[in-house]
Every structure is written in structure tokens, then in C-alpha cells.
Write a protein of this length. Sequence first.
Length: 259
Amino acid sequence: MRFSIVFILLAITFERSLSQHCEVDETQHECGGYCYGAVKPVLEYLAILQKRVENCEAKQPADTLSKIAKMDEKLKTLGRVLAIQPKSERSSQERKLAQIDEKLAALGRQMELEKKTLMRLQRLVLFEKIGSKYYYIENEITTNWRDALHKCGEIEAHLVSLQSEDEMKVLRRKLDKNKRYWTDLNDLKTEGEFISATTGLKGTFFHWQEPEPNDMENSEDCVEIRTFSDKDWMNDQSCFERIYFICEASWDDPFDMTI
């Protein structure tokens, strides 16, 4: 529609321009029909152009609406496809994930069984029942007190924690002569107050060799067992000293995996 208005204004402007020109010519040439003859072809051509523009404007909205309708239909179809496809893909992925979870759970159960089997074998191989308890006696490698504590922890045990003279006598039969072994007793916190690293409580059994404990040079805070004579004795020793050690099992039954 805006094109029609432009052409009408253009025609009027052109017509006025020519009419002014004709007025001058009429006075000079006195030919009233001259102006009309000059303008007529131009007006006819403008009318043809206006009709073409109107035809284009009439067709354009219909074509555009048709294209929009087709695109809208395609988008709806695509939307339906996309709405269905993710759902089926999700279902497939969920099934696969469920299968993977089931396999992982089964594998985890199998690994747990194998772990328990290995733990039982380790207990049976490393530990020996001496009296009513299970012990691991290290006679090959020497280490400081803290490392010995850590090594026992790695095999489900703690440094030996003797509770009575009877326990010491029974254990003594299995110890090599002229060696020293770490126990779990120490007075690292308070001098003279020996605490069990296993329980965190004060020790209840001691078998000191006179004049021990003497905290020589204020540096002896961990307790060892000595087998230098017919009797085994306890002695306070520097925690940095490298000696052998005895691990006492944290369990009572090597086949009991509930601990």
C-alpha cells in the first residue's frame, strides 16, 4: 500500500512540474494540447507500475503466510520427534545404567568375599595362637616404636599389650633370646605415667628390671621387653631406637570377619 501512495505523489509532482512548463510554453507557443500530449505517456506508464505494485502487495502476504504455515508444521513435526526420541533414549540409558549398577554391585560383593578370604589367609599365615591370644612376632626387621605401631595396625593388630604374668610367661617361650621387642606402653605425655597405646588407659601390668624405668637422659619414653636373661624384663627405651616388635591381634577368631 505504501508503494501506491509513493507513486501517486510522484505522479502529482511530475504532473504539476509539467503543467508549469506548459503554461510557459502556452504563452510562447500557444499550444494547449502540447502539455497533455507530453504527459499522457508518462501517466499511463505510472498507472501500469502502480497496478504491478498492487498485485505484488496482494500476493506477498499470501505467499508469506503459506511459507510460515509450512515452517510451523515442520517445527511441530520436529517437536513431536524430539519429544519421543529423548524419552526412548532415556529409557534405554536407564536400563543400561541399571545393568551396570547390578554388575558393579555383584563385583563389589565378590571383591568383599575375596577380601575376607585373603584376610583369613593372612591371619592364619602371620599369626600364631599363643595361650588365649594370637600374636605376630617380628624377628627379622627392626624399626622405631611409632613405625612398629603403624605396621601392626596394617595387619589388624596392635603392639603387644600384656595384662598378666601368665601372658608374659606363655609368650616368653616363643621369643628369641637376646632380643628386644616393642610393647604398646609409653609415657610420652606425662613422665612416669605409662599409657597403653591400645586402650588409651594406664597400663595395669609391669615387669620392670631394676632400676628401670629410669628415663636415661630424659629420652626414654617407650617400653620394650628384653630377653637377655632367664627372665624377660620390661625396660623404658628411646622411642627412636630400632628394635623388633610383637603384634597382638585385634580379633579373637581368625575366621570371624565381623570386626
